[in-house]
Design a protein around this ligand. Structure first.
Ligand SMILES: [Zn+2]
Length: 358
């Protein structure tokens, strides 16, 4: 049930001046349900987060309900009336009173203010774990705290770093993130172009992706929607009966039981696109030149992931200091955080080693 479908697309995008071609890979993780799935949300506990208020708790549960409804309506649209129930997705909020019914849930959504792993701060909006606790249950974690730019300074420089504020992600961003992660739980992988510039434009909002399963960032997350290709893809997984099992709809047929061993798959939504990290790794290992790395960093600056306070025109150095290469290596290996890496890059930009073209 695991397959890769390559769809060839040729498009002209407004963020570049010329047309070019790229291929899109849209992977299927696999068939996940053999009955109408029940998606459950743990109601966040007040007190687990000092900034969380009752309205926030309500908003999180309600937004998850809307995301579930988005999938259900998109799947039921254009289906004959009698087939619509095949695509029903149930939703339940788990509270103290009904927590015992947790074992009926096929997907669990858990809200956390921010990732526990520091290396995932500011970049990961949500994660889907398949085979949670070695069961068929999928666990979705949603990190609901919004990021902002904080200013700090020392004697010489002003630094602009990402930090977590007190605000919750706006509803549209939350809804998109949950919808995307539910897509993983239903069996969809990422929708990715083989051109890094295209992926980056989708992630940052420079161009609109044809799928909710494109990787997106904080900036673009409210623009992402379930698209026809997503529905087509899910319908290609769950044929011919939707989420219902074959014995429910065709009782006279022999029962076909399908067990698919699945590796634990973790899908993450990155603020800094993966290709930048890959670039940093290759460069630090000497497998790509300085210019390729600088281009990747310029992308981060231009898309305002990295804020630069000033760009010096007078620095006479045009080589990248060794410590930056070490930083890039450590960052690509997850040893240092995005924030530490960003500080190093700010140094480059402020010394004019990276020229920011407008
Ligand atoms: Zn994802």
């Amino acid at each position: 049930m695991i397959g890769i479908i390559i769809v060839g697309i040729f498009l002209s995008l407004s963020f570049v001046n010329h047309s070019f071609g790229y291929n899109v890979e849209y992977q299927i993780i696999g068939k996940q349900f053999s009955k109408n799935p029940l998606i459950c949300t743990y109601e966040p506990v007040l007190g687990s987060d000092p900034y969380l208020k009752q309205w926030g708790v309500d908003r999180l549960s309600e937004t998850a309900r809307l995301a579930v409804q988005d999938w259900q309506s998109a799947l039921q649209q254009n289906e004959k009336r009698e087939l619509r129930d095949n695509w029903r997705i149930d939703y339940r909020v788990l509270t103290d009173k009904n927590i015992d019914s947790k074992k009926e849930c096929n997907v669990l959504i858990q809200f956390e203010s921010m990732p526990q792993e520091k290396s995932e701060w500011y970049s990961v909006l949500g994660v889907t774990y398949s085979n949670y606790n070695n069961t068929d249950v999928k666990l979705i974690k949603i990190y609901y705290r919004d990021v902002k730019i904080c200013q700090t300074n020392d004697a010489q420089y002003i630094y602009y770093n990402l930090c977590y504020g007190e605000d919750m992600l706006i509803s549209e961003k939350l809804r998109t993130t949950i919808t995307h992660e539910i897509g993983h739980a239903l069996g969809l992988g990422h929708y990715q172009a083989d051109d890094v510039k295209v992926n980056a434009a989708w992630a940052k909002g420079g161009a609109e992706a044809d799928s909710i399963m494109a990787v997106f960032s904080h900036e673009n997350s409210k623009l992402m929607k379930i698209k026809p290709i997503d529905i087509e893809k899910i319908k290609s997984i769950y044929t011919p009966n939707g989420f219902k099992s074959i014995q429910d709809t065709l009782k006279e047929q022999p029962t076909e039981i399908e067990t698919i061993p699945e590796p634990q798959i973790v899908q993450k939504t990155q603020l800094i696109p993966t290709w930048v990290k890959n670039n940093a790794k290759w460069w630090s290992e000497g497998n790509s030149d300085d210019q390729t790395f600088v281009n990747a960093i310029e992308f981060l600056v231009k898309s305002e992931i990295i804020k630069v306070s000033s760009v010096s025109q007078t620095d006479d150095s045009d080589t990248i200091p060794t410590w930056v290469k070490n930083n890039a290596k450590w960052w690509s290996e997850g040893i240092i955080t995005d924030g530490d890496f960003i500080k190093g890059i700010e140094f480059l930009a402020e010394h004019g080693i990276i020229k920011i073209k407008s």
